[in-house]
Write a protein that binds this ligand. Structure first.
Ligand code: HDE
Length: 701
């Protein structure tokens, strides 16, 4: 080792020694460096730690001693930091908030959370993807889980739904098969978080009941722009029970105040690389900035008699009830206004169970729901390792709770007294059942033969899928076709592709033809036999996505590309115009520091160009000098910034220098490529995507 290095090593060692010898818990040098009087660092047994930098060794270069209980405690705890991730919905983002009732459902239910207008019920919401592991990206094509735990005054009510109102299967017994088919293939361990592979489509092609859901997942509903911009659905039919014990069926809908907003597939794929945490970061930034995500809670209410008239079974989770048939009534709002203090303690340990409900709400006989009532409690036991998971702060009810359950792993409660049973005469203050106010299941008469039976009324697998596709506009239909072509082109087995084209013939003959064309299949396969005739249900505009996008820029982000010498005044005007529309600008430049504007001031840059592609913005602005634009012409990151924004149908504003870059990137101006002289027009264009541009950048299949 050269002499200088040796002396440096010695100096380092000395420095470390100095620090550690003086860093004892009662205010040593380290604490002085930090400049604060920190609390003492201790072991889990409360012993103050003198040195948290070095393990205990026999001598300065000797082996580490087993005796080092401080090291062993720290490492052992670390080794056990992970708990089993959720088998599905492992990747999720959560936040605290409240539900405020604005319209009483007193006529239908006794549940206070749905009858006490103005009451704010605290809640925790977790939104997730389904297929990927907890470390997977935020933006695969996937259903989003939408789970809400309401800490009501009568106990916890978990409404564990999805952002799509229907599901793949009708009976819980098929769930493990569905999940095994969609997850990474077991022999190779890939693909992660993707449906575009053989086992998924093999299973689907043999499961006609999944076809309605297939239409939904191939639509842009599975490519949300933000978790703030998705709907949530309880999916199953539930029941409300009123004072008289009368039941009314209910479906729950969460509708985002920000409206729906999705990304374009090519954009989604690029976002995954640009920012794997795109949704979590967006949620975090919005909530911590005070721009709280908000949803309306709406219900569809109907009676058994009305349900008997529906052209499908309301207990079949592969079907929805069109809003045109049973309109939605808005009854309240959910606001998420607090980011968790600790991701693991709250978002990871939160344990949702559809079986958690409160008096006045009841299950229906949906066989999928019935299976879920078992599964979630079971999964929490394995994931959280103890029947006491309800004692974790994020899971504990906020109303009083007491019973005679005792002991078990990680028991945190310290019940007193000798009585842990009921009835009893020995403890006057022991908890007792409450026949009048306690939870009652609806007294539903049940008759029939026991058996593994599926109702005939569940047999129509195609009509609602057909209705969904027919209800989409031209762009939405084109995206569904493109998604199917993309997914099935990844499938290696031709017979699976053929089978899927066959199913599509029941949904829409033209769709089947376009799909066959996109897959290079010359002859259309026969459509599979059906048990019932496929119906032509009326078109339902409420099933569209683009129509549910809001004409607003609020809560969105505009990326502004600047470089050396960019015009300070134009930049100010852009910022003001975007801010007055309720959105924010992020300033992007070739360097994070040292970019000077025309007035000589140094610009505050939010992102470096290569690491901030336009896919992470809703619209872009180019504020450049001719000179800097010329330099950027040779930088593919700059050209892609512009080209991707154009290809993803976004609005682009440009000044004179920006125009140089536009030309270099080969952009033909259209209605959404607008001069910075017309910022009002730009803001209007940025509120939506220029759908008419799509045929020029992505010819429909
Ligand atoms: Fe789930 N599901 N699921 N699911 N599900 C789980 O529970 C299950 C279904 C949903 O953020 C698991 O805690 C079965 C429909 C969400 O923590 C597990 C069946 C809907 C979440 C489970 C279904 C959902 C889960 C895995 C068929 C929409 C995440 C970890 C009968 C209405 C909740 C866990 C969170 C999670 C089982 C079908 C939504 C294994 C057996 C339908 C949002 O218990």
């Amino acid at each position: 080792m050269p002499k200088t290095n040796t002396s440096k090593a010695k100096a380092d060692l000395k420095e470390t020694k100095n620090l550690t010898t003086t860093s004892v818990g009662n205010g040593g040098e380290l604490h002085q460096i930090a400049g604060k009087n920190h609390p003492e660092l201790t072991t889990n047994q409360g012993v103050v730690i003198a040195d948290d930098q070095n393990s205990l060794k026999t001598s300065v270069k000797g082996p580490t001693l087993l005796e080092d209980f401080i090291l062993r405690e720290k490492i052992t705890h670390f080794d056990h930091e992970r708990i089993p991730e959720r088998i599905v919905h492992a990747r999720g983002t959560g936040a605290h908030g409240y539900f405020e009732l604005t319209h009483s459902l007193e006529k239908y239910t006794t549940a206070k959370v749905l009858t006490e207008v103005g009451q704010k019920t605290p809640l925790f919401t977790r939104i997730s993807t389904v297929a990927g592991g907890s470390g997977s990206v935020d933006t695969p094509r996937d259903v989003r889980g939408f789970a809400v735990k309401l800490y009501t005054s009568e106990g916890n009510w978990d409404l564990v739904g999805n952002n799509i109102p229907v599901f793949f299967i009708q009976d819980a017994i098929k769930f493990p098969d569905l999940v095994h088919a969609v997850k990474m293939e077991p022999d190779r361990g890939f693909p992660q978080a993707a449906t575009a592979h053989d086992t998924f489509w093999d299973f689907i092609s043999l499961t006609p009941e999944a076809m309605n859901m297939v239409m939904w997942i191939m639509s842009d509903r599975t490519l949300p722009r933000s978790l703030r911009m998705i709907e949530g659905f309880g999916v199953h039919t539930f029941r409300l029970i009123n004072k008289k014990g009368e039941a009314t069926f209910v479906k729950f809908h969460w509708r985002p105040k920000a409206g729906l907003q999705s990304t374009i597939w090519d954009e989604t794929v690029k976002i995954a690389g640009a920012d794997p945490d795109f949704h979590r970061r967006d949620f975090f930034e919005a909530i911590t900035a005070g721009d709280f995500p908000e949803w309306e809670l709406a219900v569809q209410l109907f009676t058994q008699e009305e349900a008997d008239q529906f052209p499908f079974d309301h207990l079949d989770a592969t079907k929805l009830i069109p809003e045109e048939l049973v309109p939605l009534t808005v009854i309240g709002r959910m606001v998420l206004d607090r980011w968790p203090d600790n991701f693991f303690a709250e978002t990871e340990q939160v344990a949702f169970c559809p079986s958690h409900l409160v008096p006045g709400i009841d299950f229906s006989n949906d066989p999928l729901l019935q299976g879920r009532l078992f599964s979630y409690l079971d999964t929490q036991l394995s994931r959280l390792g103890s029947p006491n998971f309800h004692q974790l702060p994020v899971n504990a009810p906020k109303c009083p709770f007491a019973n005679h359950q005792r002991d078990g792993h990680m028991q945190m409660a310290r019940p007193t007294g000798r009585v842990a049973y009921e009835p009893n005469t020995l403890a006057k203050d022991a908890p007792r059942e409450q026949p009048a106010t306690g939870f009652h299941s609806m007294a539903e008469p049940v008759a029939g033969d026991k058996g593994r039976i599926r109702p005939e009324s569940f047999a129509d697998h195609y009509s609602q899928a057909r209705q969904f596709f027919a209800s989409q506009n031209e762009t939405e239909q084109a995206h569904i076709v493109a998604a199917l072509v993309f997914e099935l082109s990844k499938v290696e087995h031709p017979h699976i592709r053929l089978a899927m084209v066959g199913h599509m013939r029941h949904i829409d003959e033209k769709l089947a033809q376009r799909l066959a064309h996109g897959l290079g299949i010359k002859e259309l396969p026969a459509a599979p036999a059906t048990m019932v005739t496929v119906q032509d249900l009326p078109v339902s505009p409420a099933l569209r996505l683009i129509d549910k996008m809001k004409d607003t820029l609020a809560g969105r982000v505009v990326g502004v590309l600047i470089a050396e010498g960019s015009d300070a005044k134009t930049l100010e005007k852009v910022k003001a115009a975007v801010a007055s529309a309720g959105a924010k600008c992020k300033i992007i430049a070739p360097r994070i520091n040292g970019i000077h504007l025309s007035d000589g001031t140094e610009a505050k840059v939010d992102g470096q160009l290569a690491g901030s592609p336009s896919v992470i913005f809703d619209a872009i602005v180019l504020v450049l000098t001719d000179e800097s634009a010329k330099k950027l012409e040779g930088d593919m990151a700059a050209c892609d910034f512009v080209r991707d924004a154009f290809s993803h149908l976004k609005a682009i504003a440009y000044d004179a220098g920006g125009e140089v870059l536009l030309n270099a990137a080969g952009i033909n101006k259209d209605d959404a490529v607008i001069s910075t002289g017309k910022l009002k027009d730009f803001v209007a264009a940025a509120k939506t995507r220029l759908w008419t541009r799509e045929k020029f950048v992505r010819p429909p299949l």
